[in-house]
Design a protein around this ligand. Structure first.
Ligand SMILES: [Zn+2]
Length: 235
């Protein structure tokens, strides 16, 4: 199984690794800083360079069919990389850091609306979270003000793990009805925003809410009688 270095340190921008598998334009490494598409967060982009001086774009990162597999999509099938070869990787850090800030801000938003989450999507420029709101009332100015207060309070963000068995015993931890944590890849990662939110989550996050910067709830969209889609922007 690949070493998921993006979990050990989400702030790593460069890492060397060894090619472990090649399938057309898809490359696997023994360790990676590239987050694969999942949990509403896009796959990372960046570059992979060979020791011989060839440099390739990583257009996308995806999980494989086997648990714990991470596949990097290069911009060509004619890369010439072979298993065993050492490569240097670099993230498109601006994009990834926005994903980290956005993703963490989604936890803040979720903490302010105590109803089931039915979907969501993290983007570098805009994100959205869908709620089964029922009779709960929400207002975008009020949410914006409360989110920015949580940013300003500079809550530390801590990471841990929970076993699948422990999680089965605490189903209330899973806020999202549509995005269940991935199973079968060992312990499940947890994210705790001190005093605000605790839940299983496999995304990448900032270490402190102060890093999120100013956020704005730009729109609350009606998606049916009970459902509301809340749109978020970073400013
Ligand atoms: Zn998360």
């Amino acid at each position: 199984m690949v070493i998921r270095a993006y979990y050990d340190d989400s702030y790593l921008r460069h890492l060397s690794g060894n090619v472990t598998a090649v399938d057309g334009e898809w490359i696997e490494l023994d360790q990676t800083i590239f987050y694969p598409l999942g949990g509403g967060q896009p796959g990372d982009t960046g570059t992979i360079a060979s020791k011989g001086g060839s440099r390739f774009k990583v257009l996308d990162t995806r999980k494989g069919e086997t648990a714990g597999q991470v596949r990097h999509q290069l911009d060509t099938v004619d890369h010439g990389l072979v298993p065993g070869e050492t490569v240097d990787t670099e993230l498109d850090w601006d994009r990834r850091y926005k994903h980290m800030r956005m993703h963490t801000s989604m936890h803040l938003l979720g903490s302010l609306i105590p109803v089931p989450v039915t979907g969501g999507s993290v983007g570098a420029d805009k994100s959205r979270l869908d709620f089964d709101l029922g009779n709960h009332q929400i207002d975008k100015e009020d949410l914006t003000a409360r989110m920015n207060a949580l940013v300003a309070d500079a809550h530390p963000v801590a990471f841990g793990t929970i076993t699948e068995t422990e999680l089965d015993e605490r189903p209330e931890l899973v806020r999202t009805m549509s995005v269940q944590p991935p199973r079968g890849a060992g312990d499940i990662r947890t994210v705790r925003i001190e005093g605000v939110d605790y839940q299983p989550c496999g995304g990448t996050h900032v270490n402190n809410t102060s890093e999120i910067g100013t956020v704005r709830v730009s729109k609350i969209e009606n998606k049916g009688r009970r459902n509301r889609r809340v749109h978020l922007l970073l400013e």
